[in-house]
Design a protein around this ligand. Structure first.
Ligand SMILES: C[S@@+](CC[C@H](N)C(=O)[O-])C[C@H]1O[C@@H](n2cnc3c(N)ncnc32)[C@H](O)[C@@H]1O
Length: 284
């Protein structure tokens, strides 16, 4: 396990461009075989460009998207006619599942700071489904790129009350607290009255802070004001937020209903009743 933490540190020490290159080379043989065997679905990216993590194995990629869709149906009652916003849409993992779920009267918008993922999604998914659209937003994130514009000042490119549902999977675990606060404020602005949101976070409180700071599996050693970091140099590497700060941020954004569904990332022994690795927050 200590080796895993060391490996993660080494991975973070590479630039985003270097990580992309290593990934492409490492997965080249598997991608080649998937390509000639025709096993990969038409919207599924080669493993080497799944920069969002995991093995990128086609079946796993598709199943994780279906899992995310099921969470949205269960926890924010996603409907086939909804207008939805996917913050940090990555390389289309959730969007692929939504293609089979959203009806033509429903619409999907996703945005992301990595152009490669956005271009892939527009080239593959939007081409066949005009109610799906992906927008590249060149904002700084020290894990994913070297841009300069600040996510903490970004105005979402949508009109007020445009969406019924907003979600983000594994995005607020890779952003600074001032950036997350701005994204929550903007979400409140673009969400319709009665709309609902689901985002995943790493959340802790006084009862488990000691454990998440020191365990040798997945830990956040660097303490800050109301949050903890996994890597002090790559601040977007992974961030865990204290429950009190999260509640304050939700309140600042104007969300009054906030429910946390605990994930199993901080369990010493995995509790099989938990659905998701990260904590899910449902807010409206
Ligand atoms: C772990 S990936 C998850 C991607 C996708 N949500 C999924 O479940 O496959 C995190 C994503 O957040 C994106 N991201 C990071 N900072 C962002 C920001 N400020 N605005 C939008 N997206 C961001 C990254 O580029 C990356 O695609």
């Amino acid at each position: 396990m200590i080796a895993k933490n060391k490996l993660r540190k080494l991975w973070y020490s590479l630039s985003a461009g270097q990580r992309h290159t290593v990934r492409r080379l490492y997965y080249f043989p598997a991608d080649f075989i998937d390509g000639i065997s025709g096993k990969r679905g038409k919207y599924v990216p080669p493993r080497g460009i799944v920069y969002t993590g995991g093995t990128g194995q086609p079946e796993e990629f598709v199943n994780q998207g279906i899992h995310q869709l099921n969470l949205l149906k269960e926890h924010i009652t996603l409907q086939p006619t909804d207008g939805v916003l996917d913050i940090g849409s990555g390389i289309g993992r959730t969007a692929i599942a939504l293609v089979d779920y959203l009806e033509e009267s429903g619409y999907y918008e996703g945005f992301d700071v990595v152009e490669l993922g956005v271009n892939w999604c527009n080239r593959k998914i939007r081409k066949d489904h005009s109610n799906f659209n992906f927008t590249y937003v060149p904002l700084f994130n020290d894990l994913y790129n070297n841009k300069v514009a600040k996510a903490s000042e970004f105005v979402f490119p949508y009109t007020n009350t445009h969406f019924n549902k907003i979600f983000s999977f594994s995005v607020f675990t890779h952003m600074g607290v001032d950036e997350i606060q701005n994204y929550l404020n903007e979400s409140k602005r673009v969400l319709k009255d009665g709309g609902k949101s689901l985002s995943t976070f790493f959340i802790y409180d006084d009862s488990n802070e000691e454990y998440i700071a020191n365990n040798d599996r997945f830990c956040f050693p660097y303490k800050k004001a109301g949050y903890r970091l996994m890597d002090e140099n790559v601040t977007a590497g992974n961030i865990a937020i204290h429950r009190e700060l999260l509640n304050e941020m939700m309140k600042n954004a104007g969300f009054s209903e906030v429910k946390v569904i605990e994930g199993f990332w901080k369990d010493e022994e995995r509790n099989p009743a938990k659905q998701e690795y990260q904590d899910m927050v449902i807010y409206s």
